[in-house]
Design a binder for this molecule. Structure first.
Ligand code: SAH
Ligand code: SF4
Length: 459
C-alpha cells in the first residue's frame, strides 16, 4: 500500500470501505441459509489489521448467502469494524451509529454489528446505551459473527488459521497478533492483547496456497512484525527471507525500531521480490519524549538505522508515524522532532495530534499541550515532511519504472500503481490490478508520481 502524507486520521492505515458485490439474487443464496435475499455492508475503520479482519468477515457473510452492497440503505446487516486508537476514530464511528439508528427506525437496516477495537473496549457497552447495536465482538472473537449470521459457528473460521483471502491479486498475511510494548499513549496492547506469533511453516503454507490461487503481492502484517519470533530461535529476517522465495512481490508492516535488524535492511536491498519501502514509526525526535512514551530507543539510534537503510537500499522509500503534543512536549522537544524529520528526509509520514486514551498512562499525565500549540506543531511537521517528499519525488521524474497496478482505473483511464521502491504512481492504463506496466515518470507531487503512457502491453 502506498503511504501518503496524511493529517492524522488513520495512521499507516488508511480507512478502507469494503463494499463488493451486486444486489442479491435469490439464486445466489445458499440453500437452507437464506429464504429471502440478504445483503450486508462491511465498513472498515483503521489499520490493515482491521482491513484483513474485514476480508475474513466478508468471506463469512458470503458463505452465509449474503450479497455485499455499497451503502447502508441497501444493507440488511451492517458491520462496523472499528478503530479505537485515537478519539477522532471513535467520534467517526458515533456519527455512523447515529445514522444507522435512524435507518433502523425506518426499517431499512435490520441488524448492526460493532466489531474490532472499540468492540474489545469497555466503551462498546456505553455506546450500546445510546445506539441500537445488535452484536458486539472484540478482535479476539470476531469468528462469532459466523454464528450470528447462521453459519455453523466454528472457531476455525477465524483462528488459529488467520487465513488470507484466496483469489485476490494482493493479500495480507497476518504473522503475529497483539503487542508486547507498552507505549504510554497507546490502547493497542489492551484491545489486541499480548504478542502471539504464528509458526513459520504455517505462514509459508498459507503464502504458497495464496500464490497458487493467484496472489501476486503478499503483505506480512502485525503491530510489530519485526518482533516476530519462531521456533529454534528464528527471527523476522528468517521468515521474510523464506517468504521472499515463495511470493513474487512482498512487503511488511508495521515495524518497531527496537526490533529492526540490519540484516533485514540488507535483505530488503538484496532481494528482488521485496518492495523497497520501509515503514518505521519514530513518534518523536526528542529523547525526553521517547523516554516518556516508553519507546525503548533514542533518536540517534533510530537515525543510525535509517542510515543503514539508506545505504543498503539506496533507491528505497521511508515512511514513519509521528505524534505531536504528547503530554510534557516542550518547544525544544518539538524542534528536535523537526530536526529529525529534516535529517531522515522521510518520503512520507503519518502525523497525529496526540489523543488521550482512557486507561493509558499518558492520559493521566498533567502537562497537557494546548490545542492551538499542538495544531501549530502539527502543521510545521507536515510542511517539513511535504517539502522533503516533494523534492525526493521530483528526482524520480524522467526515470523509467516497472509499476505494479494496485487499483485498476475507475473510468478516468488512470490506474494507481506502485514502483519497486514503493512510490505511489498514477498511470494512464487500462491494465488490470495485479499486472505490471513499464512507464516513464513525467511529473511528481509531494504524495504521488505521474507516469506517461506505458511502453508495451501489461504483464
Ligand atoms: N504498532 C504500530 C502502531 C499502531 S497505531 C507501531 O508501533 O508502530 C498507529 C499509529 O497511531 C502509531 O504509530 C502512533 O503514531 C499513532 N497513535 C497511537 N496512539 C495514539 C494516540 N493516543 N494519539 C495519537 N496518535 C496515536
Ligand atoms: Fe502501540 Fe507501541 Fe505497541 Fe505500537 S508498539 S502497538 S504504538 S504499544
Amino acid at each position: 500500500m502506498s503511504s501518503p502524507i496524511t493529517s492524522g486520521e488513520s495512521g499507516n492505515n488508511p480507512p478502507v470501505v469494503i463494499s463488493l458485490g451486486k444486489k442479491p439474487s435469490s439464486s445466489g443464496a445458499q440453500p437452507g441459509v437464506a429464504d429471502a435475499p440478504k445483503t450486508a455492508f462491511i465498513k472498515t475503520f483503521g489499520c490493515q489489521m482491521n482491513v484483513h479482519d474485514s476480508d475474513r468477515m466478508r468471506r463469512m457473510v458470503r458463505d452465509a448467502g449474503y450479497a455485499e452492497v455499497q451503502s447502508y440503505e441497501e444493507a440488511d446487516l451492517v458491520v462496523l469494524n472499528t478503530c479505537y486508537v485515537r478519539e477522532n476514530a471513535v467520534d467517526r464511528v458515533k456519527g455512523h451509529l447515529g445514522e444507522l439508528n435512524r435507518l433502523k427506525r425506518e426499517g431499512r437496516v435490520k441488524k448492526v454489528a460493532l466489531t474490532g477495537c472499540i468492540g474489545a473496549a469497555s466503551e462498546a457497552n456505553e455506546l450500546q446505551k445510546t445506539y441500537s447495536i445488535d452484536l458486539i465482538l472484540g478482535t479476539h472473537n470476531t469468528y462469532e459473527l459466523a454464528k450470528f449470521i447462521g453459519l455453523p459457528g466454528t472457531e476455525e473460521t477465524f483462528t488459529p488459521e488467520l487465513k488470507g483471502v484466496e483469489g485476490s491479486h494482493s493479500t495480507f498475511v497476518t504473522i503475529m497478533t497483539g503487542c508486547n510494548y507498552q507505549c504510554s499513549y497507546c490502547v493497542v496492547p489492551s484491545v489486541r492483547g499480548r504478542m502471539v506469533c504464528r509458526p513459520l511453516e504455517n505462514v509459508v503454507d498459507e503464502v504458497r496456497r495464496l500464490v497458487r490461487s493467484g496472489t501476486r503481492y503478499v503483505t506480512l502484517l502485525g503491530q510489530t512484525v519485526d518482533a516476530w519470533r519462531g521456533a529454534d530461535g528464528r527471527r523476522f529476517c528468517d521468515l521474510l527471507e523464506r517468504i521472499s522465495e515463495e511470493a513474487p512481490r512482498v512487503w511488511f508492516t508495521t515495524s518497531h525500531p527496537s526490533n529492526m535488524e540490519d540484516r533485514t535492511l540488507r535483505l530488503i536491498g538484496e532481494r528482488a521480490t521485496l518492495v523497497k519501502k520501509l515503514h518505521l514509526p519514530v513518534q518523536s525526535g526528542s529523547d525526553r519524549m521517547l523516554k516518556a512514551m516508553h519507546r525503548g530507543y533514542k533518536a540517534d539510534r533510530y537515525q543510525r538505522k535509517i542510515e543503514v537503510f539508506r545505504e543498503m537500499v539506496p533507491d528505497g522509500t521511508l515512511s514513519t508515524d509521528l505524534i505531536v503534543g504528547h503530554p510534557g512536549e516542550t518547544e525544544e522537544d518539538h524542534e528536535e522532532t523537526l530536526k529529525l524529520v529534516e535529517d531522515c528526509a522521510f518520503d512520507s509520514a503519518y502525523v497525529f495530534k496526540y489523543s488521550p486514551r482512557r486507561g493509558t498512562e499518558a492520559a493521566e499525565l498533567p502537562e497537557t499541550v494546548p490545542e492551538g500549540v499542538a495544531q501549530r506543531r502539527f502543521v510545521e511537521i507536515l510542511r517539513t515532511v511535504e517539502k522533503n517528499a516533494f523534492r525526493q519525488n521530483q528526482s524520480k521524474v524522467g526515470g523509467v519504472e516497472e509499476i505494479y497496478i494496485r487499483h485498476a482505473h475507475t473510468g478516468d483511464g488512470r490506474a494507481v500503481g506502485e514502483t519497486w521502491s514503493g512510490h505511489a504512481v498514477h498511470v494512464p492504463t487500462t491494465a488490470a490490478a495485479g499486472s505490471y506496466v513499464t512507464a516513464k515518470i513525467e511529473s511528481a507531487g509531494p504524495h504521488v508520481l505521474y507516469a506517461g503512457e506505458p511502453s508495451g502491453p501489461p504483464r
